[in-house]
Design a binder for this molecule. Structure first.
Ligand code: ATP
Ligand code: MG
Length: 430
């Protein structure tokens, strides 16, 4: 065999196929998923933004954060004449870059943005975890109103509802403000230090660099330690507490269910206040469907002089497909043509070629076999295409100015004048 897709990447084909033990849905299913997302975004007045796949390495290093797994070990870096770029591992830092670069605040009010597109992380590929994967997400920039947080969470909920996904849990926490962090970090260090022998090598490093991330551990022994660890809620200031209470009140008012989880964290200082994650029973060890939160410090971390309060989430489309499969949601298949043209003889072939364009101008999807095949082969191709009708054109028909229209489902056949075909077929089209 010649070349193959790189491990952890996949082709999206017209039909679903199997890749590395997982089903990769066909392009029509992806289009449908994207359409459902776009419709929900439109209802929340989120506007689309598309940023490059290549971004400056520095933006991602600063914007995602030097102590994260993403920056430490998962970046695809591209070197080119002394410049270093990175294939974007996420889209929040790029959207913030675009907001600052184009002064989007000048459009007035908070900016409600959304994106859909590929991201790249050099992880160990497994089910629901790829090296090129796809995210959709929102970024609501320029507001510190708790309703902004509630909007973003309500939007996330609305999207998974639109897909009919049940059995999800929204975990919610607050991280307080940046000023609340040092005291909490010190308390964590003081608590974990006497238990350093229980901690993994990674956690011992985190104890120094970023002790909040220990709260995130999956290690069972470490998790037992967490039960009595200091809680962020005992360290947050009045403003952050009021913001959190307001958000919970809004979610309660909307009937959006959530569970508070004081162990839910983001390791970075510019994540402030709200954090949340949407989990599904369908995913098990493969983590979350979506994750988000408020990042009031990000703008300044990537070079803005002024703070830009902002909140958003990112959701994985491959994980959404796992949840859809688990729930046996029927996905759309590749669209079938309305008409398959069967042409017998040179004159019919020439006329048929023109007729195809005429029918297409009338809005019909038209296919035909290339390469002068026999009647039998062409009828087989028509069946395989699953077109609604075959339009059969031979020399006799041509002379009479008519075509045979065969209903491929019911095998009924009728004669229709060629110049009335477009009208007859568009009227019949479902
Ligand atoms: P995980 O804990 O699963 O590694 P993460 O914390 O790295 O997730 P985020 O950076 O928050 O993930 O990305 C948001 C969402 O993008 C995740 O909830 C997940 O649905 C999806 N996602 C992240 N990494 C991958 C990947 N390598 N392959 C497929 N989807 C991914
Ligand atoms: Mg990850």
């Amino acid at each position: 065999m010649a070349y193959q897709t790189i491990r952890g990447t996949f082709d999206i084909l017209p039909d679903a196929h199997s890749s590395g033990g997982s089903t990769i849905q066909g392009a029509a299913a992806w289009r449908w998923v994207e359409g459902v997302v776009r419709d929900a975004m439109a209802r929340f007045a989120f506007e689309e933004i598309r940023t490059p796949v290549l971004e400056p390495l520095e933006l991602v290093a600063r914007g995602v954060g030097g102590t994260t797994d993403i920056v430490q070990k998962e970046m695809f870096v591209v070197e080119r004449s002394k410049e270093s770029y990175v294939l974007r591992p996420e889209v929040t830092a790029p959207v913030m870059r675009a907001y600052l670069e184009h002064h989007l605040e000048q459009r007035g009010g908070a900016q409600r943005l959304y994106y859909i597109g590929p991201c790249f992380r050099a992880e160990r590929p497994q089910k629901g975890r790829y090296r090129q994967f796809h995210q959709f997400g929102t970024e609501l920039l320029g507001s510190d109103d708790p309703r902004a947080d509630a909007e973003v969470i309500a939007n996330l909920r609305a999207i998974y509802d639109a897909f009919g996904i049940t059995g999800t849990r929204l975990r919610l926490n607050t991280l307080g403000d940046a000023a609340d962090r040092p005291a909490f970090r010190d308390a964590l260090r003081a608590y974990f230090a006497p238990h350093a022998d229980v901690l993994s090598a990674t956690s011992r490093q985190r104890l120094e660099a970023n002790p909040l991330r220990i709260l995130d551990t999956k290690d069972e022994r470490e998790r037992t330690l967490l039960a009595d660890a200091p809680r962020i809620t005992d360290f947050i200031g009045d403003d952050a507490r009021a913001h959190y209470d307001a958000l919970k009140g809004l979610l309660d008012g909307l009937g959006v269910p959530y569970v508070e989880d004081p162990l839910l964290v983001r390791g970075l200082d510019y994540y402030t206040r709200t954090v949340f994650e949407l989990e599904s029973d369908a995913l098990g060890a493969q983590g979350a469907l979506a994750a988000g939160g408020r990042y009031d410090g990000l703008a300044q971390a990537v070079g803005s002089k002024k703070p830009v309060p902002a909140v958003g989430y990112a959701a994985g489309i491959e994980r959404l497909f796992i949840a859809l499969a688990e729930q046996e949601v029927v996905l759309p298949e590749a669209p079938r043509p309305d008409v398959f043209l069967v042409c017998l003889g040179d004159a019919a072939e020439a006329a048929g070629f023109g007729l195809a364009q005429t029918l297409r101008r009338a809005g019909l999807a038209v296919d035909f076999a290339l390469g002068g095949r026999s009647m039998k082969a062409q009828m087989k191709a028509a069946d395989r295409s699953q077109a609604a009708v075959a339009v059969i054109l031979g020399d006799d028909e041509l002379t009479a100015g008519v075509a045979q229209v065969r209903d491929l489902g019911a095998s009924a056949q009728r004669t229709v004048p060629i110049d009335q075909l477009a009208l007859a077929l568009t009227r019949d089209a479902p």
